[in-house]
Design a protein around this ligand. Structure first.
Ligand code: FE2
Length: 266
């Protein structure tokens, strides 16, 4: 059995500190082989810095994924070129710094491949996501190249992420969505054995508008102000998806994790 926990978008300082504090406990409590997290909003809601990545790796995060906010802090560009465990979306144009895929082998010799893609609908222009992800899974196969394959599909549209899930069914151990910052209740194992959830939800304060101060965000919608969005710093819910896979890399169990704050599960 391989046990993997994926944590959704870490939004801002309070969430970051909570994740950093809880990762060692989560690893032990769930006897995790791997822990992966999306960090693209970890620096004040916009981007991520080398220092934050190092802090997350130091406490036991194995691989970090991102999305449309990956370059918000420009100092991440030289860092990503030397740190293969920080990913940017695979389907960014050729010659973009960094990589969208990594295979990481842990001390026990288990191999985790993580693929980070960004969807196309309602997102900044990138290469077509379906062919990029399909190609990655033609080149990287379960059992032959990895014991567990995790796909982070970063995007807005639920339909597109669901279609991506079906496309990789039987070829990836899990496909989880990120970016909307709202967890969906559709976690399940698809017919071919891939664990799926349209969006894992953020690690952040849910007394907010997708992690941002609710008054400022609401005023902007109403047209009453145009202040810069700032991260909501109340109680944090850590949101994730826990998957167990067998020796073939196919999912056997899938369970959402929601701890603390407004969305805690009993
Ligand atoms: Fe995003």
């Amino acid at each position: 059995m391989i046990r993997v926990l994926f944590l959704g978008d870490i939004v801002g300082r309070a969430a970051r500190h909570e994740v950093i504090q809880q990762v060692p406990t989560l690893r032990e409590e769930h006897a995790l082989d791997f822990l992966v997290a999306n960090c693209e909003n970890a620096a004040g809601g916009f981007g991520v810095t080398p220092k934050i990545c190092d802090a997350l790796f130091d406490v036991g995060v194995d691989v970090l994924t991102t999305g449309n906010h990956v370059w918000d802090k420009p100092e991440i560009i030289p860092y990503i070129e030397t740190q293969p465990r920080l990913l940017r979306p695979l389907n960014m144009p050729e010659a973009t710094p960094g990589s969208g895929l990594v295979t990481y082998t842990n001390e026990a010799g288990k191999r985790l491949t993580v693929v980070n893609v960004m969807t196309n609908l309602f997102m900044a222009a990138n290469d077509p996501v379906f062919s990029a992800l399909d190609g990655a899974l033609v080149r990287h196969k379960l059992r032959r190249d990895a014991d567990f394959i995790l796909v982070d599909a970063h995007g807005e549209a639920t339909s597109e992420k669901m279609a991506l899930g079906h496309m990789v069914d039987g070829r990836a151990s899990m496909l989880v969505g990120t970016h909307t910052h709202v967890p969906t209740a559709d976690q399940r194992i698809l017919p071919g054995g891939t664990a799926y959830q349209t969006d894992t939800g953020m690690c952040g304060d849910y007394d907010s508008v997708i992690g941002m101060n609710k008054e400022v965000a609401t005023d902007r919608f109403i047209g009453r102000g145009n202040s810069r969005l700032s991260v909501a710093l109340g109680a944090v819910t850590i949101c994730g998806l826990l998957v167990e896979a067998d020796d073939t890399g196919m999912a056997q169990t899938v369970r959402p994790l929601r701890r603390g704050g407004e969305l805690a599960l009993a």
